[in-house]
Write a protein that binds this ligand. Structure first.
Ligand code: AP5
Length: 218
């Protein structure tokens, strides 16, 4: 299975990518997670990326393309992958196509997550994340068992620096300008599959797993 999860910030791509990767035993590649790890580890890349991310802007294409190219070469991707948050621009999509065709493979599907804007803002402003294991919660929709503590690893949860109101607005603007054109890009290549992601997490997961089951063995 080789799929891309496309959609605005907060539509639930990361939440579903975790579950799909576990269910189908494929790798989850989240450029957001990889960049946040680089920021935490204060690598050169992380220091370059931090200000773009905090403001809600995209990190330069060459930086994320390099990250994804390295990840795709990893043996953990041999059984397939879910790309979460990549590609986000047409040049990134073109680079991905070139990397995959160089390996003699292609994408199976691009799932376009759709959620009304007001729901997205509510999801993002109530999100709490684990800085250690990257698990994601929501104060109303997916609260942790113990308030403020990660269920998975026990670390105190934090609010992401780009989940402030001004950064959320900027991320939605950037999405509309730079990422939304990928809907047409993948539609023209007959890869796009729309997904209503406005229901509860379990309901979305059930629909998504049904849609992805035919690609289990590819
Ligand atoms: P990234 O981490 O990819 O952020 P994003 O695309 O803005 O996506 P989010 O993580 O905000 O949302 P999501 O759709 O994954 O939703 P989630 O499942 O968490 O990127 C961060 C930054 O890194 C970018 O702004 C950019 O600077 C940089 N970057 C990353 N990739 C890049 C690239 N390719 N090129 C350039 N720069 C890049 O859910 C959100 C909340 O809603 C959670 O609290 C969750 O519990 C809750 N929730 C989820 N599903 C549901 C549901 N069905 N019902 C109710 N609540 C739900």
């Amino acid at each position: 299975m080789r799929v891309v999860f496309l959609g605005a910030p907060g539509v639930g791509k990361g939440t579903q990518a975790d579950r799909i990767a576990a269910q189908f035993q494929v790798a989850k590649i989240s450029t957001g997670d990889l960049l946040r790890e680089a920021v935490r580890n204060r690598t050169v890349l992380g220091l370059q990326a931090k200000s773009c991310m905090d403001q809600g802007n995209l990190v330069p294409d060459d930086v994320v393309i390099k990250l994804v190219r390295e990840k795709l070469a990893d043996p953990s991707c041999a059984n397939g992958f879910v790309l979460d948050g990549f590609p986000r621009t047409v040049p990134q999509a073109e680079a991905l196509g070139a990397v995959l065709s160089g390996k003699g493979i292609a994408l199976d599907l691009v799932v376009n997550f759709q959620v009304p804007r007001e729901d997205v803002v509510r999801r993002l402003s109530g999100r709490r994340s684990c800085p250690k294991c990257q698990a994601t919660f929501h104060v109303d929709f997916a609260p942790p068992k113990v308030d403020g503590i990660c269920d998975r690893c026990g670390e105190p949860l934090v609010q992401r620096s780009d989940d402030r109101r001004d950064a959320i607005e900027m991320r939605l603007k950037v999405y509309n300008e730079q990422t939304a054109p990928l809907v047409r890009y993948y539609d023209e290549r007959q890869l796009l599959h729309p997904m209503d992601a406005s229901s509860a997490v379990d309901v979305v997961f059930q629909h998504l797993s049904q849609e992805l089951t035919p690609y289990r063995a590819t």
